[in-house]
Design a protein around this ligand. Sequence first.
Ligand code: SAM
Ligand code: SF4
Length: 330
Amino acid sequence: MAQQLIDGFGRAINNLRISVTDQCNFRCTYCMPEEGMIFMPRDEILTFEEITRFATIAARLGINKLRLTGGEPTLRKDLPVLVKMLADVPGIDDMAMTTNGFLLKKMARDLHEAGLPRVNVSIDTLDRQKFKDMTRRDALEKVLEGLEEAEKYFSLPIKINAVAIRDFTEEELVDFAALARTRNYQIRFIEFMPLDADRTWTRDQVLTGAEIVDKISAIWPLEPVRRPEQREPADLFRFKDGKGEIGLIASVSEPFCANCNRIRITAEGKLRTCLFSLNEIDIKALLRGTASDEEISHTIIDAVSKKEAGHQINDPDFIQPERTMSSIGG
Ligand code: SAM
Ligand code: SF4
């Protein structure tokens, strides 16, 4: 498909992240409040037909990668039906889902059969009590069962996302590295970003990618994996003895923005050109109104042309978006 999504900084946009719900069965401290989250009304959430129409229009413009996310995407009723619809969109050649894994044991097979090739499973700790403290759910065992099930169906290595938080993650770096060395998992550490509902983020809570590499390398030396063209936010490192690799998403300390290829649509149909956007475009109003596909195409092209140069977390006048990670779609 002809690439028509080039932003004002010359970046080609080919990756669309679709939030299918803002609901979640966890309440991770870095993402949602313990109580009092106000969820989007059901009739405000895009239908499967609306999501598929939007993805089809975006694919004609050059989007070829989709990621389903949320909130927790597996909570969306009949998710495999949507996966099938999206897998059939012409021009889409890669689809993945980011999930907390809680429902994967039950759903992995159906999702795979519907056409989902890859999943990322989020696991921040391998310790049951710490997991409970972080997610506010006693669910580690069930998530690990989901991960095992995922291994039967999805492309390997399975990517595991772990948010890296100071005084929380350090003591488990070696355990995570051991997992990456012995199992078919690529552990990806994501620097903690200011998108938490409780707004307690401070810079000193960010355990940086560089620190993580140093600490793991002290036990098992790592070396960077050079890629001809990096369009993924994760910097990859392999163990020098050849046993597995880890990824670092250093969004705060070494932003990936200059190579960003992403746009996002929220569960209620707001197009966002950056995780940290302060503006959004109401695609739902177009989808539910009389707008033609061509008008929607123009809206997407126009939004992309105004895509932000990058997030401003490191600027003194940084403004945290109103939305939490769960309502944007991480
Ligand atoms: N519920 C699914 C999950 O947890 O995998 C998908 C949505 S979640 C918002 C997507 C990813 O964003 C997860 O890997 C999560 O750990 C990450 N995330 C959420 N809040 C974050 C924050 N404040 N900083 C960095 N990563 C965050
Ligand atoms: Fe839910 Fe994912 Fe946010 Fe945790 S990170 S509260 S699992 S949406």
